[in-house]
Design a protein around this ligand. Structure first.
Ligand code: HEM
Ligand code: HEM
Length: 157
């Protein structure tokens, strides 16, 4: 039995979007000076895509509870649960940073106020990075598991 089409489409779309979102966080946002004028655009893109991914994941979670889909058990079930938990924790720590440093005014309203000199010391930053790391480990486990048991890939394509 395969996953319903709508769940397959959301799975592959979000799977494709999570990888640049994580890579962009570490290799682009993290390394960019807060005085760089491009940083505001980078943050705006990162936050908007992050909120979009969480919204799509919420829709997916509601749909999967209502639609007939294959059963999962064992480690895969726990990896899926941990996926959903960590995906929902990303905006919690993300918005903690937004409100702590008034990033909504600086990034979206473009009030002209400067970004804090160091975002890594603001509340939420540590947990955002830690959850992103957990998500990366889960993705690696998930991909390894999917390729180990090729039969499960057929459920998602
Ligand atoms: C769900 C998807 C998301 C993923 C996978 C993600 C991933 C990341 C990663 C990997 C980093 C770099 C972490 C580090 O420096 O250790 C980062 C930084 C950041 N993220 Fe996210 N994020 C997501 C959603 C969000 C949301 C929804 C917001 C805010 C509304 C947000 C706001 C930020 C901010 C403010 C930073 C700090 C940038 C800096 O240090 O210069 N993120 N994110
Ligand atoms: C090459 C990359 C990927 C492959 C081959 C893949 C493959 C699969 C397969 C075969 C399943 C069904 C597993 C089963 O029924 O036991 C699945 C489910 C799932 N995948 Fe992926 N996946 C990939 C990337 C990702 C990424 C990047 C994410 C999230 C960031 C993700 C999140 C999920 C979630 C949450 C489920 C559970 C679906 C549900 O029952 O609600 N996957 N994936």
């Amino acid at each position: 039995m395969r996953y319903p089409l709508v769940l397959r489409l959301i799975h592959w779309f979000t799977a494709l979007m999570f990888i640049p979102q994580l890579a962009g966080g570490w290799f682009w946002l993290r390394t960019m000076a807060n005085t760089d004028p491009l940083k505001l655009d980078a943050l705006m893109y990162h936050m908007a895509v992050g909120v979009g991914l969480v919204a799509l994941t919420s829709i997916r979670l509601v749909l999967r509870l209502r639609l007939h889909r294959p059963e999962t058990s064992g480690l895969a079930l726990w990896v899926h649960r941990a996926f959903y938990a960590s995906i929902f924790l990303m905006p919690v720590s993300g918005f903690t940073m937004v409100f702590a440093a008034r990033l909504n005014d600086i990034v979206f309203a473009r009030t002209g106020a400067p970004l804090p000199a160091d975002l890594s010391s603001i509340p939420g930053h540590f947990w955002h990075g830690a959850t992103a790391l957990a998500l990366t480990v889960l993705i690696a486990l998930h991909i390894a598991g999917a390729f180990k048991d090729r039969q499960t890939i057929k459920r998602m394509i």
